[in-house]
Design a protein around this ligand. Structure first.
Ligand SMILES: NC(=O)c1ccc[n+]([C@@H]2O[C@H](COP(=O)([O-])OP(=O)(O)OC[C@H]3O[C@@H](n4cnc5c(N)ncnc54)[C@H](OP(=O)(O)O)[C@@H]3O)[C@@H](O)[C@H]2O)c1
Length: 324
């Protein structure tokens, strides 16, 4: 494993980390969840990503149980939660958002589900137009001072709102956000590469990027249709297909097919190639992997070797192939 600093903070995270979205507490049973966390840990992964909303808290419960069962040393791994969407269907006004009330309650609920005394990383999962940024910054600072959170950050916040949070934190000598969690893959690049570009040097913000495979689109498994046993083809996931493919469905599927063909030409599997491309961006602190079985996770870890093997010329070809 390779370890990278989370932006300018002193926290070293594994360059590849592991998340629970759509798998833990849902698609994947407890036995496989345990195998996945054990395999991740055995390969040097030290950051496990979660959120209050994943399977309405069940993903955190399963992860907490599995980590406790495996007796991972608390000082050897980092675990996150995210607050915003709530952990129940049809949340009441105080059960969602970034008010002091919900940030506080959601943190304590996540601590119980994850069976830990503190969260290493705590994210504001989306910006909340109904809460002043100042209130959220003070709420996060309070949790850090109480020892319940170590590092806080944002996920999918516009650069301007992140800047506002940084300004407020500096003005009042509060703990500032140190990381952002944006989507980043060959089919979704703009925010990480353009919108956030000035922030990296300005504020030392780190990134824990998500969906490196565009939910599996960059693995080749959708090149001949939508298999019912894969994420995008599964019942109830039509919303995800719409989110990923949108009104450029044919063009995006064609880009994915061109990517598979290029991977074959390079003699490598598409999934680790797509992940290695993410790692080739120095502003990426860690790439959060998702996997529904151990064999996928193990294959994805091959990305670490590929990022050493391929140079910029290869990455430019990969980018050209996936241009939509
Ligand atoms: N902050 C946010 O808003 C946000 C949003 C989304 C995700 N995240 C975080 O990022 C993590 C990763 O996102 P993601 O799960 O979307 O990542 P991803 O890597 O884009 O997709 C993972 C899925 O692709 C398939 N897959 C993975 N490796 C494969 C392989 N080698 N061959 C074939 N199929 C493979 C599996 O689905 P199937 O086997 O079911 O096809 C797997 O569950 C999440 O767990 C979560 O922690 C954060």
């Amino acid at each position: 494993m390779q370890y990278r600093r989370l932006g300018s903070s002193g926290l070293s995270l594994s360059a590849l980390s592991f998340g629970a979205w759509l798998t833990f507490g849902a698609q994947v049973g407890r036995g496989e969840a345990r195998n996945l966390v054990a395999a991740a840990w055995d390969h040097g992964i030290n950051f496990f990503d979660n959120a209050e909303t994943y399977a309405n808290g069940e993903a955190e419960r399963v992860m907490g149980d599995v980590i406790a069962d495996l007796r991972l040393p608390r000082d050897g791994y980092c675990v996150s939660s995210k607050v915003f969407f709530g952990a129940v269907d049809d949340p009441r006004p105080t059960q969602r958002g970034l008010s002091r009330k919900h940030v506080h309650d959601a943190c304590h609920a996540a601590l119980v589900r994850l069976r830990v005394d503190y969260l290493d990383l705590y994210f504001c999962h989306r910006p909340d137009p109904d809460t002043p940024v100042e209130e959220t910054v003070w709420a996060m600072d309070a949790l850090i001072r109480q020892g319940k959170v170590l590092y806080w950050g944002t996920s999918e916040w516009p650069a301007a709102t992140i800047r506002e949070a940084l300004r407020i934190a500096h003005q009042h000598h509060l703990h500032a956000p140190v990381m952002e969690q944006p989507q980043y893959n060959l089919l979704h690049r703009e925010r990480v590469e353009l919108e956030y570009a000035p922030l990296y040097s300005e504020s030392g913000i780190g990134t824990t990027v998500w969906s490196p495979l565009a939910s599996g689109l960059l693995t080749g498994k959708y090149d001949a249709g939508m298999p019912g046993d894969a994420r995008l083809g599964r019942d109830g996931n039509a919303w995800l297909q719409r989110m990923l493919l949108g009104d450029k469905r044919d063009a995006r599927l064609a880009a994915a097919r061109r990517f598979t063909a290029l991977a074959a030409e390079l003699g490598v599997a598409p999934a680790p190639l797509a992940i290695a491309w993410c790692l080739s961006n120095p502003h990426v602190s860690t790439v959060i992997l998702g996997a529904s079985r151990v064999a996928q996770l193990v294959q994805n870890l091959e990305a670490l070797a590929l990022v050493e093997r391929f140079d910029d010329g290869v990455w430019r070809r990969v980018e050209a192939a996936t241009q939509v």
